[in-house]
Design a protein around this ligand. Structure first.
Ligand SMILES: O=P(O)(O)OC[C@@H](O)[C@@H](O)[C@H](O)[C@@H](O)CO
Ligand SMILES: [Mg+2]
Length: 237
């Protein structure tokens, strides 16, 4: 039986930079176009599914090269490794809930955290399909307008964790538009300072706790689990 679970977004949350944004900005249609697309997603005129598809379709670089590029350029959040170790020591499962593509996530986790991270961290994400001529595309997890409806994945995990009886404390950590479907699912939502998820939460009056790095997340989680602070106190924003 577990008493807490960390659900986390991957790109821009576990990693310091967003790997798909990086690929789009350097190999695809660029930052300006990407920002326009995601303005539409945030104001509800475009689905995340379509916006993300357009963005990735603009990247013509072969997939293995994309993997290499992100491995060389993407860093880890400075507090994630400590959080991972603390979670292992304390029996707190970490579940990555991502709109990114599994092979990129696995490659980055193995390189930045260590090969054991792939064994210890569950990954729920989209996939990728590569044709024999090297053309590749994202394969969405479900039919929702998000491509991956994170709320559904979280609900499925919650059922599993609660099968033993007691409900654990659920944390969710995220940064962006891909987290809109997850924002309301957990007891304590951590949203990264200055990023789109904060804009969304303010607009929709979704309570959240702002963070800069996993160092902040870890210290808040410890406070909650030690009974020093309540979830309500932390979700004051
Ligand atoms: O859900 P994750 O792990 O953040 O992955 C998906 C992200 O790469 C993706 O959402 C990215 O933030 C952009 O489209 C927004 O500019
Ligand atoms: Mg993200």
């Amino acid at each position: 039986m577990v008493n807490a679970v960390i659900f986390t977004d991957f790109d821009g949350t576990v990693t310091w930079q967003d790997s798909n944004d990086f690929l789009t900005d350097t190999k695809g249609f660029g930052k300006e176009e990407r920002s326009k697309v995601f303005e539409g997603v945030l104001d509800g005129t475009k689905s995340f599914r379509d916006g993300f598809w357009d963005m990735l379709e603009s990247v013509k670089t072969p997939f293995p090269e994309c993997v290499k590029l992100v491995e060389e350029n993407i860093q880890l959040d400075p507090g994630f490794k400590d959080t991972f170790e603390w979670a292992q020591e304390n029996g707190v499962p970490i579940v990555v809930i991502s709109s990114g593509m599994r092979p990129l996530i696995k490659a980055l986790l193995a390189r930045l955290v260590g090969p054991e991270a792939i064994e210890k961290i569950d990954i729920v994400s989209n996939e990728v399909e590569i044709d024999s001529d090297g053309q590749w595309r994202i394969v969405y997890k479900d039919d929702s307008s998000f491509g991956h409806d994170k709320s559904k994945s979280i609900t499925a995990y919650k059922k599993q964790f609660e099968a033993a009886g007691k409900k654990p404390t659920y944390f969710y950590c995220g940064d962006g538009v891909s987290d809109l479907s997850a924002a309301k699912e957990c007891d304590l939502l951590f949203a990264k300072r200055g990023k789109d998820l904060v804009t969304y939460c303010k607009r929709e009056h979704v309570p959240f706790h702002e963070f800069d790095t996993f160092e902040d997340i870890l210290s808040s989680m410890k406070d909650v689990l030690a009974g020093k602070k309540t979830v309500t106190e932390l979700m004051q924003n």
